[in-house]
Design a protein around this ligand. Structure first.
Ligand code: BGC
Length: 250
């Protein structure tokens, strides 16, 4: 089968990662490049790094870029963990200009979810599937019979009077030096609230901390089956590349 290359960049609160992707199986086609997210993470500073990563691969085709916020038709409506200057900005146009390539932007968790549904832990799962990414914040991607409901932002659900991600993101475990059982108890509480509202058939746990799934998934107490993301922390790159290849625009 001929190679089907795509290109994706995943922008997070701590790092910006990009790579060419083999869209036949969702594998990274080269070594991925990661640069630390600039501080402050202004649109121009971030776009410069995205362009630098893109030129490392000599890529000029359609590409996907994720952001940790709500994206509607290329416009960043929120930008958690990045500079407030992103709000209201045409992010697709900014990246296209810097990278000299057609760019599609999408929420980081939505990208990770698209990748897991196509190539990973969500493959062949219909019904209501929820992917959650545990990182600097909590991202969510909701699928109904394989179709994405974009921009769900379930990490910001109020749980016991606080924004859920402030207690249950992986960053909370790091910042408060929480032992695994303590953090898992917080995640369980979050999942119990969530599953009472949307009754998922499957939850996929992603984000960097999914690499250590054996330390905390067995400790979770909730009704729904929770499995670790198969593409680990590369799912955002893969999903962004896949979305761009499909010409997905909202
Ligand atoms: C943002 C989401 C994002 C998630 C993970 C949250 O704070 O609101 O848009 O998907 O963090 O980065």
């Amino acid at each position: 089968m001929a190679r089907a290359p795509g290109f994706g960049v995943d922008i997070g609160g701590s790092g910006i990662k990009g790579c060419t992707v083999d869209l036949r199986d969702g594998s990274l086609a080269d070594g991925r490049v990661r640069l630390p997210t600039p501080m402050p993470a202004t649109p121009e500073a971030v776009a410069e790094l995205v362009a630098a990563i893109t030129s490392t691969f000599g890529w000029h085709g359609p590409m996907g870029v994720t952001l940790p916020g709500v994206l509607k038709r290329g416009i960043a409506c929120t930008a958690a963990h990045l500079d407030p200057a992103w709000k209201g900005l045409a992010a697709d146009e900014l990246f296209s200009e810097y990278c000299r390539a057609p760019v599609i932007v999408l929420n980081d968790a939505d990208a990770a979810g698209l990748a897991e549904m196509r190539f990973g832990a969500g493959r062949d799962h219909d019904g209501v599937v929820l992917l959650l990414t545990f990182g600097t914040g909590i991202g969510s991607a909701l699928f109904i019979d394989g179709k994405l409901v974009p921009n769900t932002e379930l990490g910001h659900l109020q749980v016991d009077g606080v924004d859920a991600e402030t207690r249950a993101a992986a960053a909370a475990r790091d910042n408060e030096a929480l032992p695994w059982p303590d953090w898992a108890a917080r995640v369980s509480r979050y999942l119990q609230v969530l599953e009472g509202l949307i009754w998922p058939d499957l939850i996929i746990a992603g984000g960097g901390v999914s690499k250590k799934a054996d330390k905390w998934l067995p400790l979770l107490e909730c009704r729904t089956t929770v499995v670790a993301a198969a593409l680990r922390n590369d799912a955002g790159i893969v999903g962004a590349a896949a979305a761009a290849a499909q010409g997905r625009v909202r």
